[in-house]
Design a protein around this ligand. Sequence first.
Ligand code: ATP
Length: 329
Amino acid sequence: MQLNLSELTSKKNLLAFSAGVDSTALFFLLLKDEIKFDIAIVNYNLREESKEELEYAKSLAKKYDKQIFIKEVTLTGSNIEKNARDIRYNFFEEIITENDYDNLITAHQLNDKLEWFLMQLSKGAGLVELLGLQEYIDKENYKIIRPLLHTSKQKLEEFLKENSIKYFVDKSNFEDKYRRNYFRHEFSNRFLSEFENGVSKSFDFLQKDLKSLNINYTPIFKEKSLTIFKNLHDENLNIKVIDKHLKKEGFLLSKAQRDEILKQQQTVISNQVSVCISDEFIWICPYVIKTMNKKFKEFCRINKIPKLARAYIFNRKIDEKEIVKTIYS
Ligand SMILES: Nc1ncnc2c1ncn2[C@@H]1O[C@H](COP(=O)(O)OP(=O)(O)OP(=O)(O)O)[C@@H](O)[C@H]1O
């Protein structure tokens, strides 16, 4: 099994370890390649075996001299999958911030990638959403790296069996409880057992196509709650940038709101957020009403700062000259 682990060498890595097939295989593959890492595990106390899994994680940490971070929680109620994920990622972020890790490694594999793809396909999605599960994600102070995205679960299982390595099977994966498990059992496992190479190649091709679209999600200016992106001069791409940014801010756009933004170019959404698409830029900030002085308004007019963004800039005392200097440089 050939993995590209170059991003992990000489870095401080944290492996999200659940004692299941994928993360156990990754644990030993990283050891084999002499990649340094520590582990983090969340025990949701949902199943009897979870205690044993935790003990296994502790024993591996001890044996291979790894630091281990443990979080114990008791999950109840509805929305378990989402709650578990939120708790998990908050915990990882806490550890990363407190201990200066460079990378969070997760053990998502090719089956996960295909299941994600199918789930999006079943809901109606475009290229960005279909390829949602990415190998590298840049977060503010660390990277998420998923080195197994080209490897099927079957290969990982074979690796563990060949090397007589103990691992646990998450029983909840066998209950068709969640939508994802439907795809897992009805389709992806069987399909990959026959077409693993082709699927892996297709994902690479699609990824290259996505790259060619050159969607730049990085703002060119950000201060307080004012964010400015480059206008990508393509309605579909612009709305993707706006949509993604607002989602991150906890604001989900409806189809009608998306259409409105593209039609009006300057819109207030739900009386809260201003979104303006100007000739060169996309401006997003809270919607504010404020009386502004003449000099400021004149400066904005000359420098093409959209009307709906002006009051927020004025109110929050963001240096308008600095904005203009940055975006036009
Ligand atoms: N309890 C856990 N403790 C630590 N890491 C975990 C735990 N559960 C899962 N992980 C990590 O997350 C990876 C994905 O796990 P899983 O497929 O169960 O999650 P998911 O439902 O796809 O959620 P997400 O994609 O948001 O991580 C695992 O390979 C492992 O690296």
